[in-house]
Ligand binder design. Structure first.
Ligand code: AMP
Length: 490
């Protein structure tokens, strides 16, 4: 018997053969069958063949239309990697991404093309210009599958190229560890520029199931959406579930159709997990953990109903996927157990960042293996279970989005005429928000305007505050704690 391939395109094509007439995608009020998506994506691949030469990367504008989904599939079918662009991010950020990834060809709806041209894009494909010629080549132009950009403390987003082999390793595990069928209906809440969306698309298409894209703001309408669309497989950040909880939308038994619910991207509290289990009593709930650098997720913990007394009130991160190793780093030493920075090794670990050798130090070699240092502080217990304790650095999650406060500071620095900006994350009214301190008197309106040119809305500080002098600790170092204190109560 042939061993099945878990390559993303092979998984999709196996479903095209098995269930050509079943819906693969529902978006904008229209269903697309596997056969239809197959044809559209082969035409996209044909366009890549004709227009992209030996270039290995093509950008995809992330507006959630059939074009983006066929675009992602088509780029991968053409043996290239896709670089998603969030539709709501400013052109300045697109420009930085296009430049850093060396991309000029973009699959994008006609209405987005003028802005993309300003950002440096040169060739466009939209539904109207889709050629009828189907791709014929099976050449591979890159080992990458996609490049995701996350917040970077140097003032520019950080590009993480994720390999096709690494993605295949992820899909091999998830598609075998959890059972899905062609009658499943998957939610697709994540932005296409967030790597968790890759799970949505390819785990769904591996099963011949239907990917259901919510209209408008998926987060707010998600309760009605799962009921009306008969969603059976849910995947979101915990913040989205917490929003439902705050809206009193998690009544016991209210989501009986759900068979599986995955959470990832930030800490899942036991309190929220319990509310979810009560609302969706038939669902297996799984806490996934993983940085973009290690491909979507790399550790898993099934939520065990009744086991709500967990350290720190947070569901553990569980154990690494098979073939992966987790260690705790203490200086140059790696330990199997204990508390410290989590480092990970295995087939899902990627190679580094685009054009950023210094930052690629987060990837290192020890004990004859390649490792990624996550910056997450964990406890690895005697059973090898990982428990999340927080971050080693200032990185924060805002509604699941990864933010390096240093990126804001680096952008503001040149605007401050010798002054300095320091951004901290604070808890106010139960939510995390950013506050930026500056030590020169400047009109915040001007500073916000500069930030808006480069940053997505979720990265804008809630407040810009003035200090005469930055507080210093006993060793003369900046006293961040004092700033956090001031921003929390000020
Ligand atoms: P990203 O690269 O955007 O997926 O962010 C990765 C970071 O999100 C990790 O390094 C953690 O800090 C955090 N994270 C991801 N999943 C979890 C989880 N299940 N529990 C706690 N933190 C998480």
């Amino acid at each position: 018997m042939n061993t099945p391939s878990f390559d993303p395109v092979d998984l999709f094509l196996a479903s095209v053969r098995a269930v050509p007439d079943r819906p693969a995608l529902e978006v904008d009020g229209r269903a697309w069958t596997y056969a239809e998506l197959d044809e559209l994506s082969r035409r996209v691949a044909g366009w890549c063949e004709a227009n992209c030469g030996g270039v290995g990367r093509v950008a995809v504008h992330g507006a959630k239309t059939v074009l983006a989904y066929a675009g992602i599939l088509g780029v991968l079918r053409s043996g290239r990697a896709y670089v998603p662009l969030h539709p709501d991010h400013p052109a300045g950020r697109w420009q930085s991404i296009l430049q850093r990834s060396g991309v000029r060809s973009v699959i994008a709806p006609a209405e987005a093309q003028a802005d993309l041209r300003v950002a440096g894009a040169g060739h466009f494909l939209d539904l109207e210009s889709l050629p009828t010629a189907l791709a014929t080549s099976t050449a591979r132009h890159t080992d990458e599958a996609y490049v995701m950009f996350t917040s970077g403390s140097t003032g520019e987003p950080k590009g993480v190229p994720v390999g096709r082999v690494q993605l295949t390793a992820y899909l091999r595990h998830v598609c075998t560890a959890y059972s899905f069928t062609s009658t499943d209906r998957f939610s697709q809440f994540f932005a296409l520029s967030f790597d968790l969306s890759v799970h949505d698309l390819f785990v769904c298409w591996s099963a011949g199931a239907c990917l259901c894209v919510p209209p408008g703001d998926g987060a707010l309408q998600s309760k009605a959406f799962i009921r009306d669309q008969g969603i059976t497989v849910w995947f979101s950040v915990p913040s989205q579930a917490a929003l439902l909880q705050r809206m009193k939308a998690l009544q016991p038994g209210s989501m009986r159709l759900l068979r599986r619910a995955f959470f990832c991207g930030e800490a899942l509290t036991a309190d929220l997990a319990r509310a979810w289990v009560q609302a969706a009593p038939e669902a297996e709930v799984v806490n996934l953990y993983g940085p973009t650098e290690t491909t979507i997720a790399i550790a898993e913990q099934k939520v065990l109903p009744g086991h709500w007394e967990v350290p720190g009130g947070i569901i553990p991160l569980g154990k690494p996927f098979p073939d992966h190793i987790a260690r705790v780093r203490d200086g140059n030493d790696l330990h199997e157990q204990g508390e410290g920075e989590l480092v990970l090794s295995g087939p899902q670990v990627n190679a580094g960042y685009i054009g950023d050798a210094a930052r690629s130090k987060a990837f290192f070699v020890a004990e004859g293996r390649k490792w990624y240092a996550t910056g997450d502080r964990v406890l690895v217990d005697e059973a090898g279970v990982l428990h999340f304790l927080g971050r080693m650095d200032g990185q924060v999650k805002l509604a699941g989005h990864r933010v390096e406060p240093g990126e804001i500071d680096a952008l503001l620095g040149p605007k401050l005429g010798g002054g300095r900006a320091v951004t901290v994350a604070v808890q106010r009214s139960g939510a995390t928000e950013l506050a930026t301190f500056i030590d020169v008197e400047m009109d915040p309106v001007v500073l916000y305007a500069a930030l808006r040119e480069k940053l997505p809305a979720y990265m804008l500080p809630a407040r810009i505050l003035f200090v005469d002098r930055f507080p210093l600790g006993p060793h003369g170092k900046l006293d961040r704690k004092a700033l956090i204190e001031r921003a929390t109560h000020g």
